[in-house]
Write a protein that binds this ligand. Sequence first.
Ligand SMILES: [Zn+2]
Length: 215
Amino acid sequence: MKIGCYCGGTIHDGTDYLPTKAHFVSDEDFFDLLDELTKVIDLVSASSSSEGVEEQWKFLLWGKKLEYELPQRPLREIADSAIHNIMGRYTRIMYQCNQCGRLYINDWNHQLHCYEPHDEAVLRDILWSDRGKQPTTHLIGRWHTETHWPDKGNLYWHKSQNCESGTEKFNDYEEFEHRYFELFEQLNAEKNLRNASLRKDGEIIHVWYLYPQNA
Ligand SMILES: [Zn+2]
């Protein structure tokens, strides 16, 4: 997706880790959001046979009680989906044009509203990560043995500040894994890697984060 700014600039939204995009929470919702995330932790530790557990999972997954059955998946995956869905329900999107600084904020019906900066001194990079402007590269490898897509393995890397990215596809697992670690070494040597992860059928094979190691 591209947004054409009133200044003539373009805001791109076709991938993750964008420096010109933010997910925000209204203060009126903030503590409800924390409560729902805490509820996920409570339910993970609760016995699945406890009364009302299934209904509570449905509420956390879909925001209301639906007639759908809970998916037959490991508890960790259900909790992971619940966290993603909760965050999706409580957050809205905003973008900034990094040429003129205009902010574009989604309302509750996903319509964008434009807000203009007061003067030239207003920051053009206000939505960038507070972890500093470097490093910005992300490397993601995903292998799905059972898939209806033509390729089982996908490698994706992305440098968020300048929007450079690359995708490679594989059908041989050893080749896929070898290439992941080759790219990992290469991107890490550029001193620009923020995080990397390799998963095979949902199982974590390799994960690396810059910040927790330095914390
Ligand atoms: Zn603009």
